[in-house]
Every structure is written in structure tokens, then in C-alpha cells.
Write a protein that binds this ligand. Structure first.
Ligand code: GLA
Length: 688
């Protein structure tokens, strides 16, 4: 990589927020509107307290109507207008959507899917990340933009491309993939060994014979597929870093970023996150999901963790409904407000929407926006004004982070390898398990970081490993060190199964962890439909009786010294352990040899949290069976306690002290009721 993110410009986002307060705004696409509307836009932005807008994400055709031409006049005027009105700009390189002329003149810039179909213009994202011609055109426009605007006083941030995630299986992708494989393996013999090409007569004589995993008669080699995913993530990262470096080479000093997409399956954000000056994310929780609030909190904790705890930015979200689901339930303006405050609670120093003004045409004409088709005399826009006012009051949280005592291990290659086809069950899904486990923390008000494989783990009191199919020796060693130092670790089923290339480790499982666990397995098996009964050990104190069952997947385990907390009561595994607990040096390890019922999972997590002495955001010890009131989210960011009621009942809370609510600028006593849909941001001892 030419240069990493620059520490001085990473600090630039902090400086921007120290200056502006929490950033607030949205994607602004003035090229879709006559100039007369621009003045209204800016007037409304000022009214709502918008202080940062992203300009130019889809402006390639407006800037370069024909090859090599540059039409910057309109953009000069937009930036000047925004600046005159005190609105800062996050200026985008428009490289996510090339104009039709590029694919027309250079068809090789268009991506090809796994079936060999070349995708065409008429939508967006029609570029091949491997195409030399695409990349040179993208670099040229990024460089010219930066040369022209690096010193423009409105420009306070750069936004490269948009939501990198394009897949390409074409001939140029094949060439780049081969180069990537050569760099990784050196020789074809090594590649053949790692990919296990003796199976099904797949041995390659040279790298030239290798293709991306295109349509095949039957299952693709999973190691080839895993490497193609790694290559795809790296190739997309190259598209980002080369534009970033071109911007930097013009002398631009603003922070540079691109927008992530949460747990997006095609890009390994752990390998990207140190390349951006500020982590930025696009988030579209589904209002129809009963778990939306907890699941998006997990995404937000991932974003904070990707940036090593530093403030991040919620770059795009919907103020109401999206238009790309089959059935698009809107957020109410109250829910939109809670969502924004939730992002700030989890460490965001900026919140922005897609988009400022709703498009009258195009594919997203029904996607909500801050200024809807009906204009500013609407509930939506009044909600926007209220948000602006709320965010101004939260300036004291700028720069602060969330201290988490629990870490959740998650890595993309493990997710990829763990979901290749042809496993004991296709119903064990990594993200589903991570979400289930995280929800247990969320409803207890316990803060968590998401932790990258290989990181030191002893900084956490509790580490959760819901499902890590790949566990490499460095992660296994970090787990051993952490447990030796007193950390409590809870490990879920089908973890530590394979090495980094997806090759199944030989021996009793999990091969690298069974001494730590004090139990080991010899078979992975799908379970018959319906719940399989488990028996909970009577000596295990879980507060109240627990409905203990397993479903979908289990392991044939035996204890090698661990206590058995629950065992199979019937079926083929009757009498075998399902949940174990093992003391190892200063710490303790729980192992779940099956997908267990929510109640049993909850009891295991309670046990570990209590054993580790973990406290919730209210400063209370976590006790078995005592979560927060249903729907209440409690997060401590710096000294501010965020209470957000996503539920439908008032939540009664006892605070550690009398506090001051930043949102209402008033004192609150120790006993508070947080009404449904309401929020409080409380700090101790403020005198204003
Ligand atoms: C993402 C994209 C936007 C827009 C929205 C729609 O945020 O970056 O361009 O398509 O999704 O939800």
C-alpha cells in the first residue's frame, strides 16, 4: 500500500467536530435541480442547523460530460454558495457511477458476473475494480477534483467513491486474481497444496489456468472461493487507496474516507479501517424487524471498534422509508430521532442522511429525504429541525468514546469460509449467531467492542466467540493469554474448525482450543427438525428454571475435565455435554456444543458476566435474569449516560445520582421514567 491513513489527517475529523460540533447533514445532489432550488436548499439547511453535506457522489457525468472534458463551473458555484452560508462540504470523487460513455467506448470497464454476463450502464456501480481503463479514468477525475478544490474553504472532508462492494468475474479480474495468488503463494505447487486440488482432479500446472469462481457444473473448491473473496476485498481497497493517494498528492490536508456498509459480506473492513482517516458507515435498519435497535447497535459498535474506539461518522441513513426493500415500512420521526441519538451514543461524532432533497426522478424517487417532495411544511422536515437542535446540545460528547468490558470476536474470512456450501447444515449463519449473542448484552446495558482476530483480548473481562469457524494460531494464543490473565471466554459451536485456508484441522475439536475448554468433540452434526431437550445441571445456579433446548446443529462432545452445565436429554447425543464450563489458570471458559435456546444462551452469558464482575451502563452489577426494562437501551459514552427507549412501555430507571439532561437542559432526580420513544442524555454535576 502506498501510504496508510495519515495520523495528522485522522486528527482532522476531531478538529472538524471540535469546530462544528457534531456533524449533521446529508448527501446533497444539486445537479438534479435548477439553480433556483439551490438557494432554497441552503436556506433550509441553515434553518435546520445542517453543517456538513456530501456533494458530488454521483456527479461524474455532470463534471465530465464527454471524455476528458471538465465542467467544474456549477460545482464552483455550489461550493461557494455553501461556504458563504457556513456549510462545510464532504467532497466526493464521483467514481461509483461512471457515465455511459465509458462503458460504450471501453466495454472492458464493465463488470462481469459469475455467469459471464457483462453488466451495462443504465443503473450505477457498473465498473470493474480490476479494469485498468476504469481505474485510470477514475484516478484522473479524482486528481483533477482535488487539484481544483484542495484549498477550497468549504471542503473539510473527502469521500472516495461510494459503498465499495462491486464483484467482478471478468477477464481482467482473472488477471488480477492470478497476480494476487502469485504474490500470496509464490509457486503453483504451494497453491495446489493449500487449495487441496488433489480432490476432484483440480491440480493446476500454472497460474494462467486459474479462473475466478465462475459458473461450474457443481460445487466450487471452497479454498478458491475464499481466496477470491479476499482478492475482491483487496482489489476494491486498491481502488480506494489509489484515489486517496492521488487526493493527498495534491496537498489536500482534509480527512479522507469512504462509506462502509456495516457487516457487508464482500469487504473485510478490518483490512480497510486503518486506511481511512475516519470510519464512516451507511445504516438502514429495517423498521419491520423486532431486533432492529439491538442489531444496529452492534453495527455501530463495530464501526467504533474498526476505528480503535475513535469517533466515527454515520454517513448515510434514511429519515423515513428506503425504497429498495420489497415492502418499505417508514421510520416515524421519533424513531429517526432515536436512531440518530443511538449512533451518537455508540460513538458517532457525525450523523448524515441519504439524502437532502428527495429526487423527483430516477430509481430512488420514493426514497425518503430530509426535504420530501411535499417540501418543508412537513413532519419530516420539522423532525430534521428538531434533530439539528438536539445535536447542537450534545456538543459535550464530541471526541469521547465508549469503554467496553466485553469483546466479541468477529472476522470476515471466518464468516466467508464458514458459509461456503456443503457443510453439516446451511442453517448455521455466522452473523445470526453474533447478533443473538450481542442482543443479550444489549438488553443488559453492557457495552461491547467487536474485536478483530489476532488482537490482544486480555483488555476485556469477558470475550464472546459466538461462531468463529476459522481460528488461527495467533487468535488461539491470544485467547489462552487472556484466560490465563483472568478473562472469561464463552465460545459457541463450530468454532476453530479450520485453518486460514479453510482446511479442516485434524484431531479432537476445536484442535487449538480444547485444552482451554476442558472438553473436546469428535463429530459435527445437524439436528432433526424441532427442539432437542437438554438437561441443566441442578447445581448450576441460573436464578430461575431455564427452557433448555438445542436446535439446528450440535457436536458430539466429551468433558476432559470441564463441568457439564447442560447435557443432551434425548436423541443421538443423549448423555453428551451440550454446555461446559472450565476453570483455566485465572479465568474460566464456557463452551456451547450446540445452538442453544435463547433462555439457555442468556443464562450462560449471565453466568460469565457475573463471574467476571461486569457492570452495566448504570453502574449496576449484572445479575442473572435481571436485564433492563424491555426496549430500553443504556450506553455510557465518556461521562454521558444515554437512555433510549425503543420499547412501547415507559421504562423506570434508578440512576446512580441526580443528573442533568443535555437534551432538555434540566436536572433529573434519581428515579426517572423514560417514556416510549423518548431519550435522555445525562451527565453528572453540570451547572450551566
Ligand atoms: C446508500 C447509497 C445511496 C443510496 C442509499 C439508499 O446509502 O450510498 O446512494 O442509494 O443507499 O438507501
Amino acid at each position: 500500500m502506498a501510504q496508510r491513513a495519515d495520523p495528522s489527517t485522522s486528527a482532522g475529523f476531531r478538529a472538524l467536530c471540535d469546530d462544528l460540533g457534531l456533524c449533521f447533514g446529508g448527501d446533497y445532489n444539486p445537479e438534479q435541480w435548477p439553480r433556483s432550488v439551490w438557494n432554497d436548499d441552503v436556506e433550509l439547511m441553515v434553518r435546520a442547523g445542517v453543517n456538513l453535506v456530501t456533494v458530488g457522489v454521483f456527479s461524474w457525468a455532470a463534471i465530465e460530460p464527454s471524455p476528458g472534458e471538465r465542467a467544474f463551473g456549477w460545482l464552483d458555484d455550489v461550493l461557494d454558495l455553501l461556504h458563504r452560508n457556513g456549510i462545510a462540504v464532504d467532497l466526493a470523487t464521483p467514481t461509483a457511477s461512471p457515465p455511459p460513455w465509458l462503458g460504450h467506448l471501453h466495454p472492458e470497464t464493465l463488470p462481469v458476473d459469475a455467469d459471464g454476463v457483462r453488466l451495462v450502464a443504465g443503473s450505477r456501480n457498473q465498473f470493474s475494480p480490476a479494469s485498468a481503463v476504469y481505474r485510470s479514468h477514475a484516478l484522473a477525475i479524482a486528481r483533477d477534483l482535488a487539484e481544483r478544490y484542495a484549498d477550497h474553504p468549504a471542503v473539510r472532508m473527502w469521500h472516495v467513491g461510494n459503498e465499495y462492494g462491486q464483484l467482478d468475474h471478468g477477464d481482467e479480474a482473472a488477471r488480477e486474481f492470478r497476480g494476487w495468488l502469485k504474490r500470496r503463494y509464490g509457486t503453483i505447487e504451494r497453491l495446489n497444496d493449500v487449495w487441496g486440488t488433489t480432490v476432484w482432479s483440480q491440480a493446476y500446472r500454472s497460474f494462467d489456468e486459474i479462473l475466478p469462481p465462475r459458473r461450474t457444473p457443481y460445487l466450487v473448491n471452497p479454498a478458491q472461493s475464499l481466496d477470491f473473496r479476499r482478492y475482491t476485498s483487496d482489489q476494491l481497497l486498491l481502488c480506494y487507496t489509489e484515489q486517496r493517494d492521488a487526493i493527498r498528492a495534491t496537498g489536500a490536508r482534509q480527512p479522507i474516507t469512504t462509506n462502509f456498509m456495516g457487516f457487508f459480506p464482500h469487504v473485510d473492513y478490518w483490512s480497510w479501517s486503518d486506511e481511512v482517516d475516519v470510519v464512516a458507515d451507511d445504516e438502514y435498519p429495517d423498521p419491520a424487524s423486532e431486533h432492529a435497535a439491538a442489531d444496529i447497535a452492534l453495527v455501530q459498535d463495530l464501526m467504533r471498534s474498526l476505528g480503535h474506539g475513535r469517533p466515527w461518522m454515520l454517513m448515510e441513513q434514511a429519515i423515513g422509508a428506503v425504497s429498495w426493500r420489497e415492502h418499505n415500512l417508514p421510520k416515524t420521526s421519533g424513531a429517526a430521532r432515536l436512531g440518530v441519538l443511538q449512533a451518537v451514543a455508540h460513538g458517532a461524532d457525525g450523523v448524515a442522511f441519504f439524502q437532502w432533497r428527495q429526487s423527483h426522478s430516477g430509481a430512488e424517487r420514493f426514497h425518503s429525504a430530509m426535504v420530501p417532495h411535499a417540501g418543508a411544511d412537513t413532519e419530516v422536515f420539522r423532525g430534521v429541525e428538531r434533530l439539528g437542535a438536539d445535536l447542537r446540545r450534545l456538543k459535550p460528547v464530541v471526541g469521547h468514546s465508549v469503554e467496553a468490558s466485553v469483546g466479541i470476536l468477529f472476522g470476515w474470512p471466518s464468516w466467508w469460509a464458514g458459509e461456503e456450501p456443503a457443510r453439516p447444515t446451511g442453517r448455521l449463519r455466522t452473523l445470526e449467531q453474533v447478533q443473538r449473542w450481542y442482543r443479550e448484552l444489549w438488553r443488559r446495558g453492557v457495552a461491547a467492542d467487536v474485536v478483530r482476530p489476532g488482537a490482544e483480548l486480555d483488555v476485556y473481562r469477558v470475550v464472546l466467540v459466538p461462531h468463529s469457524y476459522l481460528i488461527e494460531p495467533d487468535t488461539a494464543a491470544a485467547l489462552h493469554r487472556a484466560v490465563a490473565a483472568g478473562t472469561r471466554v464463552v465460545i459457541g459451536p463450530f468454532s476453530g474448525v479450520a485453518d486460514r485456508n479453510g482446511r479442516i484441522l485434524q484431531g479432537r475439536s476445536p484442535v487449538l482450543l480444547h485444552e482451554l475448554i476442558g472438553a473436546s468433540g469428535e463429530e459435527w452434526t445437524a439436528l432433526p427438525e424441532g427442539p432437542t431437550l437438554l438437561q441443566v445441571d441442578e447445581a448450576w445456579d441460573v436464578g430461575a428454571p431455564v427452557a433448555a433446548t438445542a436446535s439446528v446443529f450440535a457436536e458430539r462432545l466429551r468433558s476432559d475435565g470441564a463441568e457439564v452445565l447442560a447435557m443432551f436429554g434425548d436423541g443421538a447425543l443423549a448423555g453428551h455435554p451440550a454446555v461446559t464450563r472450565h476453570r483455566f489458570a485465572g479465568g474460566r471458559v464456557w463452551y456451547l456444543g450446540a445452538i442453544v435456546s435463547d433462555a439457555l444462551l442468556s443464562a450462560v452469558i449471565d453466568d460469565a458476566l457475573q463471574d467476571a464482575g461486569v457492570e452495566n451502563a448504570l453502574g449496576e452489577a449484572v445479575l442473572p435474569g435481571r436485564p433492563l426494562p424491555v426496549g430500553l437501551e443504556a450506553v455510557r459514552r465518556g461521562s454521558a449516560l444515554f437512555l433510549l427507549n425503543h420499547g412501547s412501555e415507559a421504562a423506570q430507571v434508578t440512576l446512580p445520582a441526580t443528573m442533568h439532561d443535555l437534551l432538555t437542559n434540566s436536572e433529573v432526580g434519581r428515579a426517572v421514567a423514560v417514556q416510549p420513544g423518548a431519550a435522555m442524555v445525562l451527565i453528572e454535576g453540570l451547572t450551566q
